[in-house]
Each structure stands twice: as C-alpha cells, then as structure tokens.
Design a protein around this ligand. Structure first.
Ligand SMILES: [Fe+2]
Ligand SMILES: [Fe+2]
Length: 256
C-alpha cells in the first residue's frame, strides 16, 4: 500500500468489514440486532432494504451462522455449555465449591447455572434472564434462586458468613448503591422459603479462584441428568416459554 495514501474513512473501513463478513458467510447477509449496536453506544440497526440493495443477489441469513460453532439438531444444555457459553470457569468453580461443601443437588445445579445469563447472553439483569432461560426445565427452587442471587449478592448475611463482596467495591466504587428494584427484590426474598438456596449461590459465588483447582463439566453430568429436564426435541425446539431464548443463542444473526 502507498504510504502516502489517505487514511481510510470510517465508512470505507465499515465496507471492508462487511465485505470480509460476506466472504465468511458465503451467499448470505448477516444482520446485527439493535442490541449489539446499543452495547457499542449506538442506537441503530442496519437497514434491511439498504443491505439488500447493496447485495441484490444475496439472501439474508435465516439459519445457523457459519462463523459460530455448529450446534447439533437436538441441542442439550451441555451443547450450549460447550458451544455458546463464553466462559465456563466461574460456573464450574462455584458448582465445584458447592459440591465439596456437601450441598444438595439443587444447590449445586443452581450454582452451575447461576450466571448463564452473563456467560451466554447479557450482563444486565443476568439473574432474571438466566432464571427465565431455565425455568421450564428445573425445579422452581433452582430458577428462583438463580433469579434472586442477583439481588442477594449486594446484601450481607452474617448467619452464613456472607459479606458484601470486596470485588464490588473495586468494580463499582465504595459509594455504589443497588437500584431500588434490587432492594425490593432482596426484601421480598428474605422471608421466602427458598431464601437459603439463593443465599448459598452467593456463598459459593467465588471470585478468587484457585488456579490449581481442577474443574470439569463432566463432574456435573449426573446432577444435570437428574435435575435438568432436557427436552426430547432439543433446547430451542420444544415450544417452551423460553425456547426462543435458546434459539436466539443458537442463531443470533437471523434477520427475523
Ligand atoms: Fe451472578
Ligand atoms: Fe457468579
């Protein structure tokens, strides 16, 4: 390249990126949802007609994104762990901690799943998203605990030796106060019959990992098998109230 050439404009670079993406996608046009752009600070989405006009001989991607790991026809929870969760270590560490502490299988499963909202989907309100994803497939004690741990994390419980996390002071500042809806959630949760299950997620929700601790998803296959009602048709294809969430994870760049 000529070193005196004018630097590429933003739109030239965007065009190049789009070009490269098209190449990876073959004959399909992948679109980004508004949410992906909002997370970059832009309230916008690519215009369907404009994309089509720029690529008149191509169709929009309506199925699997070839850039992502391939999912089987009837995906299981394990397939999502292996192919769609960005990080497993924290979940496995928490569940291993709960297992070693001799807690019930429901508590261990709740620890294993407590942050799947973050690992797969979105950080904001991760307890609520994660609980919705699993609700049709687990005991309500497990999904309730996953939903509520998001609020309980901010409130100490000396009866089980749980303190406000040091990490939160580092992450959010010493003055950070949870939103009022989180305070209300905590207050509702305090007298709930499943309070301790959710509290035990917090107790096992460890941030200072032991780098030498061996963690392995295989250690939890039996607990998952006994406590997660894997749908015969595969997650995403069972018409459950959260099937669409699993499909979205599977095929996130579909046009509709
Ligand atoms: Fe969490
Ligand atoms: Fe966590």
């Amino acid at each position: 390249m000529n070193e005196h050439a004018a630097p590429q404009s933003l739109s030239q670079r965007a065009d190049e990126l789009e070009e490269r993406m098209m190449h990876e996608l073959g004959e399909r046009i992948a679109t980004k949802s508004t949410l992906f752009n909002i997370a970059d600070g832009k309230v916008e989405m690519p215009s369907g007609p404009a994309l089509k006009a720029a690529n008149p001989d191509k169709y929009f991607l309506m199925g699997a994104d070839p850039r992502l790991p391939k999912m089987p026809k009837k995906p299981t929870l394990i397939d999502f762990f292996n192919n769609r969760f960005a990080s497993l270590n924290h979940l496995l560490q928490s569940a291993t901690h709960a297992l070693k502490g001799g807690h019930s299988e429901k508590v261990v499963l709740a620890c294993l799943l407590h942050d799947i909202g973050v690992a797969s989907f979105i950080r904001a309100d991760h307890g609520y998203w994660g609980a919705q994803m699993i609700e049709p497939y687990v005991d309500d004690e497990v999904s309730w605990a996953v939903r509520t741990h998001q609020a309980l994390r901010f409130f100490p419980d000396p009866s089980v030796g749980y303190e406000y996390p040091e990490m939160y002071i580092k992450y959010f500042g010493a003055d950070y106060k949870p939103e009022p809806y989180i305070v209300r959630e905590y207050e509702r949760a305090r007298n709930h019959k499943y309070y301790m299950t959710s509290r035990l997620i917090c107790v096992n929700d460890i941030y200072s990992f032991d780098p030498n601790a061996k963690v392995d998803l295989n250690d939890f296959l039996d607990i998952i098998g006994r406590n997660f009602r894997q749908p015969e048709e595969g997650l995403g294809f069972d018409d459950s109230p959260s099937a669409h969430m699993w499909r979205t994870l599977m095929w996130p760049t579909r046009f509709l």
